[in-house]
Design a protein around this ligand. Sequence first.
Ligand code: NAD
Length: 496
Amino acid sequence: MASASIIEQRDNAPVFGNYIAGSWKASQSGETYENRNPANPSELIGRFASSAKGDVEDAVSAAAEAAGPWGTTSAIARANLLYKASEILASRVNEVGRDLSREEGKTLKEGIGETTRAVQILRYFAGEIQQPIGEHYPSMSPTTFLFTLREPIGVCAIITPWNFPIAIPAWKIVPALAFGNTVVFKPASLTPLCAVHLTEALAEAGLPAGVLNMVTGSASAVGDPLVTDERVLAVSFTGSNSVGNQIKKMAGERGAKVQLELGGKNPAIVLADADLDHAVTQVINGAMMSSGQKCTATSRAIVDRRIAAEVTQRLADKVGALRMGDPLEDTTQIGPLVSADAAERVSGEIDRARSEGVALVAGGSKPDGLNGGHFVTPTLFGDVAPDSRLGQEELFGPVLGVITVDNVDEAIAVANKVRYGLSASIFTRDIGKALGFIQKIQAGIVHVNSETAGAEPHVPFGGYKGSSSYSREQGKAAREFYTQVKTVYLDPPPGA
Ligand code: NAD
């Protein structure tokens, strides 16, 4: 890490600033909050600016001032800068991946993998912005040159969750910048260090002052003034449905463009003809990696009744064998949850399901020791009723429920009968059943014979129904949100 973002050392821990108008600075109040390692809460990672309305106003002013010049910078210059940022971040992948694991709790392998993905996103958009961006149309008039341009929108607010603390900021900020917008970035308060790393890489690559601004702090103190500022013309949000719907109301009411990526309750259907070894491994990976804290995590295994007992037993064996511990240890497969609140909430949901009589098959206990970290034991429930709380609500933890069905049609009907529609999988050798699933499943991301949580960085990402606001992120889809279309009728002057 470059030292610029560290504005002070206090009690042997770094104090990180906001990044506003090209400088790292303390919040106006000078207040900070602590960021601690969820696997070992005695480890203080650092202190971060506890910002409020005045800091947000400064950041939006800087972004508004930079919007004109940045929007007219050549696309090739923007591409070169993003490519340079990708090289800077690539040179720090191990360090940043380690910091990601320290502050979010996913394993080091996952932390490095996610950082590598942010590098790929920077590289992708450095190329994407050099692709054709407008269209030429035939006109009713033989002399009219009729074409479209795509132009930047202006100041964009980027509000991100903690569960992919560098990849999600990258897949929003990088296309916003690539297409000529300026940004005020509010990262999740639980994972500000990854936000600092990404911002530093872009700043060091030479981004002009004000083009990217980062403001840390609490949801209401930073989020509300950002979403309601009239100068912010677009808001891209990823997070929970409840907050997303508030943001849609606040920003939508004043006419801002709003993009929401929300929760999931993702099903994996296992049919009787599936390769069970493969299916069970994939379902466990989808459900338990990152301690189940992925929007695309598998939380329902919908299994054909003829193989349900065997699949449940195999899932239980795998759940019981998962190695939970310090995410920085090579042998660890499951780290802690992100915070004490998250661990308490998920444990509460497990207790509630047990008290309602849902069959606990594996896990469910509270782990002892582990440095007082926020761990929840990977847990499997059997015979889950599709309409129960466990069958309907996003738990966002290492909890999987098995639902038993009679055939593929019932499996798809159960899979669809939730308010979400982010990601879905089917495991089968039958191409006809796979095709039927692709056609009937209400999900924005569909897998056949692979886990629900796989997503590549260069293709559209987003959900159906309550999982999204009908827009898509990443790949070519990103330009729809971060640009506006201008249609041009160009005629020669009379007589020319
Ligand atoms: P969250 O909704 O609590 O917070 C998300 C972000 O919004 C944070 O930065 C938070 O500080 C901010 N925020 C909260 N209240 C705000 C307000 N009033 N105004 C402005 N900003 C505000 O979500 P979380 O707990 O960080 O993330 C978990 C959720 O995110 C899960 O539901 C998960 O499914 C979802 N998620 C969705 C996707 C996707 O692409 N669909 C990806 C990852 C996570």
